[in-house]
Each structure stands twice: as structure tokens, then as C-alpha cells.
Design a protein around this ligand. Structure first.
Ligand code: F7E
Length: 342
């Protein structure tokens, strides 16, 4: 039986990956950082995950854990994952997202384990920043957020430890990937959660930032299967995982409302633009410039040809299916207690 250690096991990716690895018969250990408020909701159904306290900013805790568990595979899914927030907490972002993976790599270099532990780093399309789309493994990086620069530090650390010290360390450069477990601070889940609440009469509208930003959105289940495939390859390497299709935030809004049979019409311009329910005239979307980022990545479209060719990986869940699944999941949650009981 293989043993895996997943950092960030309480987040969307950690939880989805933990479930996948348990299904594959792995013994799964998860690193959780201390939080005063319980943060294990996403893995409550996964009794078999062994949880350990530790932190990406605490090298000693990481080293001890690796030494004790002696995993076959380590998946680093931990970190400060919100790009906008990284502008307000650049040092913490650099520490956790940039130096955290380096701490694991260095532990793997110095620890005298009898195993060749494989390491997966959750690299991000945000590292491409303003490099023109489509972006592949050959595209140059132009990160434009503290989040992107910190991820780039980790990406290069993986490559350097692989080349200099012979570690089996691979980067998965993942484009945006979502699910019903996505945090509510990310735009897709923010929209679907609010739609559930609007439908249940608990709120009137959704306030958003840049409607024209374009992202390549896929489903977290497909992308975690890809992360696993990256470590099963016989050689450590770097792979882009993406759908190859991009949609704007505006597109996501339209398709998400369509799931509950509401058609949106856009009226006005710039920060005064609103999205209106065609049937009732009610404003369902407005804009708050405070939600614009100091510097924005305008368009991300991934080219995952290498993963397709070498790993035989390609996403199976379409954008429309993803949107539908997320809206439907939030409809149940968004309904009033009376409707839920019915
Ligand atoms: O923003 C725009 C926003 O926060 C997507 C993380 O998983 O994927 C994610 O990063 C777009 C941006 O994701 C709102 O300006 C408009 O252009 O959902 P997001 P992200 O920044 O792309 C990458 C690959 C990661 O690695 C990250 O960890 O949507 N947008 N209005 C908004 N975004 C948010 N959050 N909230 C809004 O109201």
C-alpha cells in the first residue's frame, strides 16, 4: 500500500485529492495548519485521512512529519490561494507559497529515508501573468501578483532540486479548477452561492469586480487526477493541466443564472454596468471597483498538449457541466430552512 502526505488537505484540492487517493487504496496523511475555527468541513466524510498539525512556515514540523510518515508521495496543496489577498499580505504569501515548498524540498534532500519520496508542487497558471495566451510549459513567465511571484519561486526550486540533487520533484501548472467545494471568496463559487441565496430570497444581487477577465476553468476532480498522474510518470517533469478554453466572468454569470432559468441582460458601461433579469428588470449584478485588483491577469488559456501526449490526461468534465454542478449544489444550501426541511 502506498502512503501519501497531502499538505493543505482541508482545502478544495487537498480534499478532492484525498478522496481520490483513498479510492486508489493509498494510506493518506494530511497536514493541517492550526486554526481557531474548525476548518475540516471538506474532509469530514473521509474518516481514513490521518490528520497532523504542521505549517508550511514551520520547517521543523514539515521535516519531522516526513521523517515519521515516510510517505511515498508528497502533494503540496497548501498555501495562501487568493490572488487579490496576496497584494495585502505579500510577505506571508512569499513565506508560505514560496519558501514553504522549499522547506519540504530541503527536508527531502537532507533526510536519510530509504525511499525516493516523490514530490508534487501545485504550481499555478498565475505564474504566466501577462504572457500572451495560450500558455504552455514553454511560455515565459510574467507574474503580476505577489501570489504569482511566490509560486514562481517554488516552481524554480522544484526544477533546481530536481537537477541539482536528483530529487523526484514535479510541477503541475494548473489553470483555474473549481467544484462545489471551492472557497466562497473565488469568483465562481461567489456567483453560484449568491445565486442560491437570490433564488431562496435571502439576497438581492451579486457585487463583482472585473467582468471581462478571462479564465480557463476546469473541474477540480479532473485536475487532481492529473496531479496523481504526474507523480506516476516514470520521470519527474513539469506539466500544464488546462481545458484549453477560456470564458469571461461575464460568461460564467450568464451560464450560471441560465441554470435557474434567468436570462441576464447587461446595461450601462464601466463601473456603472449592471446585469438585469430580462423578465423582471431586477438588477442582479453590479460592480464595486474595490474588487478590481491592483494588477490583473486578463486572459489565461492553457495548452495541455504535453500532458495529453505523455500522461494521456485530458479533462472530462465540461465547463457547462461544471457550472451546472456548482449552481445545483448551492441551490440546496441556499434554500430557506423551511424549504430544506420539506
Ligand atoms: O478570480 C475576477 C478576478 O479569485 C478569477 C486561484 O485558485 O486560480 C485562482 O486564481 C477572475 C479574476 O481566481 C470578482 O479579477 C471579478 O480575474 O476566482 P478568482 P484567480 O485569481 O484566477 C489560480 C490558477 C490560482 O492558482 C489561485 O490560487 O475573476 N473577478 N469579480 C473576481 N474575483 C473574485 N475573487 N471576486 C470577485 O468578486
Amino acid at each position: 500500500m502506498k502512503t501519501a502526505l497531502i499538505t493543505g488537505v482541508t482545502g478544495q484540492d487537498g480534499a478532492v485529492l484525498a478522496e481520490l487517493l483513498l479510492e486508489k487504496g493509498y494510506s493518506v496523511h494530511g497536514l493541517r495548519s492550526y486554526s481557531a475555527v474548525p476548518d475540516t468541513a471538506r474532509i469530514e466524510h473521509l474518516d481514513d485521512v490521518v490528520l497532523h498539525y504542521g505549517d508550511m512556515s514551520d520547517g521543523g514540523s514539515l521535516t519531522r512529519l516526513i521523517e515519521t510518515i515516510k510517505p511515498d508521495e508528497i502533494y503540496n496543496m497548501a498555501g495562501m490561494s487568493h490572488v487579490h489577498v496576496s497584494f495585502d499580505m505579500p510577505e506571508l504569501t512569499a513565506d508560505v507559497n514560496g519558501l514553504g515548498p522549499l522547506r519540504i524540498l530541503d527536508a527531502l534532500r537532507v533526510l536519510d529515508t530509504d525511499k525516493d519520496i516523490k514530490f508534487y508542487q501545485a504550481s499555478s497558471s498565475e505564474m504566466f501573468g501577462r504572457s500572451p495566451a495560450p500558455q504552455s510549459e514553454e511560455t515565459s513567465f510574467q507574474p503580476c501578483s505577489p501570489y504569482g511571484t511566490a509560486k514562481l519561486h517554488a516552481y524554480w526550486s522544484v526544477r533546481n532540486y530536481r537537477d541539482a540533487h536528483g530529487l523526484f520533484a514535479s510541477n503541475g501548472i494548473l489553470f483555474n479548477h473549481e467544484s462545489a467545494m471551492r472557497g466562497e471568496e473565488f469568483v465562481t463559487r461567489k456567483i453560484t452561492k449568491a445565486i442560491g441565496e437570490i433564488e431562496a430570497g435571502q439576497r438581492d444581487k451579486i457585487t463583482l469586480g472585473n467582468l471581462d477577465a478571462r479564465r480557463d476553468w476546469g473541474h477540480a476532480k479532473d485536475y487532481m487526477a492529473g496531479a496523481h498522474a504526474i507523480l506516476q510518470h516514470d520521470k519527474a517533469d513539469d506539466f500544464v493541466l488546462a481545458s484549453g478554453q477560456s470564458y469571461s466572468v461575464r460568461d460564467f454569470v450568464e451560464r450560471a443564472f441560465a441554470v435557474i432559468d434567468i436570462q441576464i441582460e447587461w446595461q450601462g458601461e464601466g463601473v456603472d454596468e449592471v446585469g438585469v433579469n430580462v423578465k423582471t428588470g431586477q438588477t442582479l449584478i453590479d460592480i464595486d471597483p474595490a474588487l478590481f485588483r491592483p494588477k490583473e491577469v486578463h486572459e489565461l488559456i492553457g495548452d495541455a498538449s504535453k500532458a495529453k501526449e505523455i500522461l494521456n490526461w485530458s479533462p472530462k468534465i465540461s465547463f457547462d457541466k461544471l457550472v451546472e454542478e456548482m449552481v445545483q449544489a448551492d441551490r440546496i444550501e441556499g434554500k430557506s430552512p423551511m424549504m430544506r426541511a420539506a
